[in-house]
Design a protein around this ligand. Structure first.
Ligand SMILES: *Cc1c(COP(=O)(O)O)cnc(C)c1O
Length: 369
């Protein structure tokens, strides 16, 4: 491909001197876990979100899982999750032994539809776990209202939305707690697996710090069975560097998204991303929809343009959840999205001309029919 979907080498190259300095500092310190770099990053990240506490963990999946464990959610409990999106959100629920209850998305925003929540709540429901999909916050005002009415815990999956805002408030500070991934391709990406939890609840934060480190607050005293889910000092130091550039990099994504939105308006049957007036997305992905996805994707490939599909198989149709017995017809919106969505290249390291080339190629595809 001449036009890549994402170029992580360019991202590292831009920050190379800062990252090298961070690497040298940690290597020379001889201290690799649960040290100063982690504390510094946790405090920077909490401040950037506007949350009281940040707890660094090993990855996004365990971030979500640890919060559910800390809340005592397990076998016999139900957690409402989106019927579309990445499977990690469902896995966090099933790994603690709870049951995921899928909720269909709003077909315009692709985020969990708050109007459908009430019908899914039972006496077993313990939490709602919305994803801020593709970089845009779910409608947290409406979700929190339903949760408050029923006394439910709200756990954000903010993995795709570092810096995104809902009514001016940042993702990670929109529910009772948030699980966040810093997987390398995310807007704030580590150079390895990494994750974090944010929350305003001091007791939850204390419990999570223990749970991520073998259930231990004091060395060799194990109060409860915890995990080994620590965010290492190298990753923390790299993330602290990259966090300083997050706003600028998100602004670049925003400018490129605006270019796509202008240039792709009216192209064939293409459905462009919809942004509610209260939302400030950070464009983790630029996802369009068309009934001609396969042909459009082939056309772009022929033009040397790499695309991806997020996601081709909804969780309820994945092999991992075959035993739940769901069919495609059970969640028609998620099923249709899986058939029609296509992610076009977008990142802080795509020059505007590349975005223009993609837009031209998309338009030429629809010009042909
Ligand atoms: C990336 C991602 C995760 C999982 O993160 P890992 O760090 O790979 O465990 C979870 N949820 C969503 C929505 C994601 O995009």
């Amino acid at each position: 491909m001449t036009l890549p979907f994402l170029d992580l080498k360019a991202a590292t190259a831009e920050l190379r001197p800062e990252l090298d300095a961070a690497h040298a500092r940690v290597a020379d310190s001889g201290w690799f876990l649960l040290g100063r770099e982690l504390e510094a990053f946790e405090s920077d990240y909490a401040a950037s979100v506007g949350a009281a506490h940040c707890i660094g963990v090993a990855n996004g999946l365990e971030a979500l899982q640890l919060v559910l464990i800390a809340r005592g959610i397990g076998a016999g409990d139900e957690v409402i999750v989106p019927s579309n999106g990445y499977i990690a959100t469902w896995l966090a629920v099933t790994h603690v032994g709870a049951t995921p209850i899928p909720c269909e998305p709003d077909p315009r925003t692709y985020n969990l539809d708050p109007a459908r929540l009430a019908a899914l709540i039972t006496p077993r429901t313990k939490a709602i776990l919305p994803i801020h999909l593709y970089g845009q916050c779910a409608d947290m005002t409406a979700i929190n209202a339903v949760a408050a009415q029923h006394g439910l815990f709200v756990l954000e999956d903010a993995s795709q939305a570092h810096g995104a805002r809902c009514h001016g408030r940042a993702s990670g500070a929109l529910g009772h707690a948030a699980g966040i991934s810093f997987y390398p391709t995310k807007n704030l990406g580590a150079l390895a697996d990494a994750g974090a939890i944010t929350t305003d609840d001091p007791d939850l934060a204390t419990r999570l710090r223990s749970l991520r480190n073998y259930g231990s607050r004091e060395r060799y005293h194990h109060d409860e069975p915890g995990l080994n889910s620590r965010l290492d000092e190298f990753s923390a130091a790299f993330l602290a560097v990259k966090l300083r550039h997050l706003d600028a990099w998100n602004a670049r994504r925003r400018a490129l998204a605006a270019r796509y939105l202008t240039q792709l308006a009216g192209a064939g049957d293409l459905v462009l991303p919809f942004v509610p007036e209260w939302a400030e997305p950070v464009w983790h992905l630029f996802v369009v929809r068309t009934a001609h996805r396969t042909a459009l994707r082939e056309h772009l490939t022929a033009h040397g343009i790499a695309t991806q599909i997020h996601y081709p198989i909804p969780p309820h149709r994945s092999g991992a959840y075959r035993h739940l017995g769901y069919t495609a017809a059970d969640f028609p919106i998620a099923t249709r999205l899986a058939e029609e969505v296509l992610s076009l290249p977008i990142s802080p390291h795509h020059p505007a001309e590349q975005i223009d080339s993609v837009a031209n190629a998309v338009r030429s595809f629809f010009g042909q029919r």
